[in-house]
Ligand binder design. Structure first.
Ligand code: SF4
Ligand code: SF4
Length: 252
């Protein structure tokens, strides 16, 4: 409510202008209005109530002190002149009463003019920048690129088993486990019965089934997947993992 910095500044401006107004016509009347404007401008932000209270208070106090001192000095001057002229009575009490009454009247007048100035000051300052700013808009959601890669979802079937290059891959070349599975798979393919292998039977198609069940493979050797027809067909180059599925799991 009380902005003492603004009140102090308004008080000083009003008092100085009121003193100058003793010599400049109408400036004494404008002093509380200008002082109130200064207070209102310093408060700003649309705070009209604060500006009215602080502007009126600063101007009222300035008017009270200005009038009190002025009337006392004037009374002292008149008293001195009266004594010089031979008057022997006392004018002190009359001067004091006049000073107090004048100061109270001045306080009320300056207070009213000061609060008007406070309103004007806030209006001149205007609304705070935040209130005038454009309302914040929600950021546009980032659209998924239309070419986003989908999970390959590679089927484990006879057709893909026959395409797979894993059985000839150097990674499995020294693996007894993989060789054994490969022999059984070849026997299965040569038999008259319908071929229906499970992932455990096949030393390959790891892009579909995930890690190899054989543990004696050597993934440090060169993966053959980039040479496999499945590589291009399912865009495995851009998948995760990009090859060595026997070690790193199925393609995503
Ligand atoms: S997934 Fe790649 S590295 Fe693993 S056996 Fe098959 S071709 Fe070789
Ligand atoms: S991409 Fe690799 S794991 Fe998949 S079928 Fe071809 S060689 Fe086998």
């Amino acid at each position: 409510m009380f902005d003492w910095k603004a009140i102090g500044m308004g008080f000083v401006v009003t008092l100085v202008l009121a003193i100058i107004g003793l010599f400049v016509p109408f400036l004494g009347l404008l002093a509380p209005i200008i002082g109130g404007i200064v207070v209102g401008y310093m408060i700003g932000g649309g705070k009209y109530v604060d500006a009215i209270v602080d502007g009126g208070l600063s101007a009222g106090i300035a008017g009270f002190i200005f009038t009190l001192i002025t009337v006392l000095l004037l009374g002292a001057a008149i008293s001195t002149a009266a004594i010089t002229a031979g008057y022997t009575g006392s004018t002190g009490a009359l001067t004091a009463v006049a000073a107090i009454i004048g100061a109270i009247v001045a306080f009320i007048i300056f207070l009213i003019l000061g609060l008007i100035g406070g309103i004007v000051g806030v209006a001149i300052k205007g609304q705070p920048k935040e209130a005038m700013a454009e309302p914040a808009t929600e950021p546009e959601p980032i659209a998924e690129p239309e070419t986003a890669r989908m999970s390959p979802d590679i089927a484990f079937n006879v057709e893909n088993v026959q395409k797979c290059l894993c059985p000839t891959c150097p990674v499995q070349a020294e693996s007894d486990c993989a060789k054994e599975k490969l022999i059984k798979l070849q026997e299965m393919m040569q038999s008259e019965e319908e071929m229906n292998p499970t992932p455990e039977d096949v030393p390959g198609v790891y892009c579909s089934t995930g890690n190899a069940t054989c543990t004696d493979i050597d993934p440090s050797k060169e993966c053959q997947c980039p040479k496999c027809p499945m590589w291009e067909e399912y865009d495995l180059e851009n998948g995760e993992p990009a090859g060595v599925f026997c070690r790193d799991g199925k393609a995503m």
